[in-house]
Design a protein. Structure first.
Length: 262
């Protein structure tokens, strides 16, 4: 076999070189395109992150404004309504001292009772408006305080216990208020219907799961007794929080358990 002429060898080498250069150029173009795409994606991600950060900042500013407004309303209520209710109560007590008619004194007693109820309701609203109370620890403290004050003029003795509670756990204002309204309804039911002389509040936490248990040693709930609006309202409030509400009769008494994710 004869060897190829030198001119053909040269052409072959040049063609091979061109193929190599073309392949190298193609690889270079692909790498540059991929790099450009990667830079573009990173730029889009940065823009999206910046946009999300701006939205978060606006939301934080909005929450701050709402909290400031809540605090302003709270202070106004304390200063104006609180002072007005106190003045009304003092005036009623002054009139009662002067009144000689028994019916008039009874009416004044009703007025004093109403003013005291208004004062309690105002304190509850102030507590619900205060964003500084948006923790499990603050909620539990207030729940025990409220229940103790509610029962102090009754024969019912209060017991309370806390298990594995992380006091600093944040809870939303809506969650805190709905839990409190459930507690309030449950405690009122124990007082009105149970004939109990013991009431126990139990609070427990397991990771993000929080439960509040209200149990008494009363007569329980008869099987033929229809469910009232109070129980329906408690279940509705728990459903709004994606939580649970369970009621059961014990021997003796009744047990209500509320569960939410915090």
């Amino acid at each position: 076999m004869k060897s190829l002429p030198s001119e053909i060898k040269l052409i072959f080498l040049i063609a091979l070189l061109l193929v190599v250069l073309l392949a190298a150029f193609t690889i270079f173009v692909v790498l540059m395109y991929n790099r450009k795409q990667l830079l573009y994606l990173k730029e889009q991600q940065l823009k999206e992150a910046e946009h999300q950060n701006q939205l978060l900042q606006k939301e934080l500013e909005k929450q701050k404004v709402l909290e400031q407004e809540r605090e302003r309303i709270s202070h106004d209520m304390h200063d104006d309504l609180g002072a007005g209710i106190s003045a009304l109560k003092l005036q009623a007590e002054f009139l009662k001292q002067k009144a000689e008619d028994g019916d008039l004194q009874s009416d004044i007693d009703e007025l004093l009772k109403t003013s005291e109820e208004m004062n309690i309701s105002m304190r509850e609203m102030l507590w619900s408006l205060n964003s500084g109370n948006d923790t499990l620890g603050r909620f539990i403290d207030y729940a025990i305080l409220y229940t103790g004050n509610f029962l102090k003029k009754t024969k019912i003795v209060l017991h309370s216990e806390c298990n594995d509670i992380i006091a600093e756990t944040s809870v939303s204002t809506e969650m805190r208020c709905n839990l409190f309204l459930c507690l309030k309804e449950a405690v009122n039911n124990v007082y009105k219907h149970s004939h109990a002389d013991q009431l126990k509040l139990s609070f427990s936490q397991e990771k993000n799961n929080f439960s509040m248990k209200i149990s008494d040693n009363g007569i329980g709930i008869p099987d033929d007794q229809p469910k009232g609006n109070g129980l329906r309202n408690m279940k509705r409030r728990m459903n709004e929080l994606s939580g649970e509400c369970h009621i059961s009769s014990e021997t003796p008494g009744t047990c209500l358990v509320f569960k939410i994710t915090v």
